[in-house]
Design a protein around this ligand. Structure first.
Ligand code: KIV
Ligand code: ZN
Length: 502
């Protein structure tokens, strides 16, 4: 399959729509980014617009490497074309992009001319551009092509004449997106079958109804080899087709995309900063929230397909576009056990599936009140429900007396007990103290690890043990700034759990 030709118009269509259009230095930053992205063509500006634009076009045209087409825009009149030729002539691969309206509405009310007159203006402009730029290319755009449904056969005849006059590229803009993508692409197909290989076909879509990406992607499969797009989709009104979206959609379809896609994420941030247009958090591909899963069903599917080449609920591999953040699970009232388990595990909090079952109702209630739970919320839940088990045992203190002797104080059903245990360490001494009181428990498994070690002030020890009493086994845990206290609190939490039966 042919490779698409990415023709970027951020510096022209994008820039024209900014509240504060870029100056030459800013243009250069975007230009450099486009070169790094590896686009095949750059519309560097509209030279007739102002002296600053003219100079910026000239500068960027000169700087454009020989592998990339440098193009400038001109209306279909001599003055514009002369300015365009003057600005672009030093480029290694120069192009003049001229255009005129051909839709019935525009002919009648804007140009107040008929189609034959406008066709002649287009033919003359293309010839003039070719004359001024004999080694360069000429692109011709039918402005408002998407609105040429009523006069399409006549427009196609006009295009045949324009190609004969020397146009190398015929661009079909959906200047205002009003209809269905399929309707537009069927018009593209009709132009394609009339012109065939006589000119390169291009499409340029605006996003008024939010379908510019769909139209552009399908336009490629309808015969358009050149795709005109902008970074972050900036452009007039609702913008132009977003390059990143088109590229990823084509890539997913198996088309070879000649762009450095792993720059997309950073490039989108650059463009957002420079255009002062924030990227909506739900913007496809580049939005900050588009890798988040909050529904329980999606969280489960995402968990079960994590690490596979294709995820159940993700359209692309984030690394493809240079995103370092992967799929994120967060907890809301809509979320499920699978997410809760993963969130704790990923933060290094050990937890069993039974404990998740136990925590779920508390987590849901909390989420109904607060919305998405922060990890602080989840940490509180964990401490409150798993690490502080209320019951008949109330631990009071634990102190070392000598090398192998510890004093333990606690109450049981309001009866104060102060005793001494002997053993190799705090855990063994405490268990021995309890044994001497007739509380027959043993430690089957013991683990302790430090939390928040990096922030010394906040460092805490988390103890997890499996305690057995007769044939009953439970997981007991505790968190404390002191490693010894954490151990002993875990034993008393475990005793209460054994008694409470949960
Ligand atoms: O949207 C449009 O029709 C244009 C043309 C100048 C190509 O930007
Ligand atoms: Zn446009």
């Amino acid at each position: 399959m042919k490779e698409p030709f990415f023709y970027d118009t951020t510096l022209r269509d994008g820039n024209q729509a900014l509240k504060k259009p870029w100056n030459t230095d800013e243009n250069q930053i975007i230009f450099n980014e486009l070169i790094e992205l590896g686009v095949q063509g750059i519309e560097v500006g509209f030279p007739i617009a102002s002296e600053m634009d003219f100079n910026a076009c000239k500068l960027l045209a000169k700087k454009t490497p020989g592998t990339v087409v440098a193009s400038v825009l001109a209306r279909a009149n001599k003055k514009d074309i002369e300015a365009a030729a003057e600005a672009v002539k030093y480029a290694k691969k120069p192009r003049i992009h001229t255009f005129i309206t051909m839709n019935p509405l525009g002919l009648k009310y804007v140009l107040k001319k008929d189609l034959p007159t406008v066709t002649q203006m287009a033919v003359d402009s293309v010839k003039y551009a070719k004359k001024l730029l004999p080694k360069g290319e000429v692109e011709f755009s039918v402005e408002h092509f998407g609105d040429c449904r009523e006069n399409l056969p006549q427009v196609i005849e006009a295009l045949e004449k324009i190609v004969k006059a020397g146009a190398d590229v015929i661009n079909l803009p959906n200047t205002v997106e009003r209809f269905r993508p399929r309707e537009f692409t069927s018009m593209v197909e009709q132009v394609y079958s009339a012109l065939r290989e006589k000119a390169v076909l291009s499409i340029h879509c605006h996003n008024d109804l939010g379908m510019a990406t769909a139209t552009t992607v399908e336009g490629f499969f309808s015969g358009a080899a050149q795709l005109e797009t902008t970074l972050n989709g900036i452009g007039e009104r609702a913008g132009n087709t977003n390059m990143y979206e088109v590229a990823v959609a084509l890539y997913n379809t198996g088309v070879k995309v000649p762009l450095k896609m792993n720059r997309f994420y950073n490039s989108s941030k650059l463009v957002s900063n420079m255009s002062k247009i924030p990227v909506w958090e739900k913007a496809p591909i580049i939005g900050s929230d588009v890798l988040a899963h909050r529904s329980g069903i999606h969280q489960d599917g995402a968990n079960k397909t994590k690490g596979l080449s294709k995820g159940q609920y993700i359209a692309f591999d984030p690394r493809l576009i240079g995103r370092e953040d992967g799929e994120q699970l967060s907890f809301t009232s809509q979320s499920g056990k699978s997410a809760l388990y993963t969130i704790y595990q990923e933060r290094g909090y050990q937890i069993t599936h039974e404990e998740i079952e136990y925590l779920m109702p508390f987590a849901k209630t909390m989420a109904e009140k607060h919305g998405e739970l922060s990890f602080k919320h989840l940490d509180n839940l964990y401490r409150h429900h798993l690490c502080t088990v209320k019951g008949n045992y109330k631990f009071s203190s634990f102190n070392q007396i000598s090398n192998d002797k510890y004093a333990v104080s606690f109450s049981y059903k309001d009866q104060q007990i102060d005793t001494i245990g002997k053993g190799k360490g705090p855990v063994e001494s405490c268990i021995n103290a309890l044994l001497s009181l007739g509380v027959a428990i043993s430690v089957m498994k013991y683990e302790q690890h430090m939390m928040n070690e990096k922030e010394k002030e906040a460092a805490e020890a988390m103890t997890v043990m499996i305690l057995a009493k007769g044939d009953k086994k439970i997981v007991a845990r505790a968190i404390d700034r002191s490693t010894n206290q954490s151990n002993i609190k875990a034993i008393f939490n475990g005793l209460n759990r054994l008694e409470n039966g949960c």
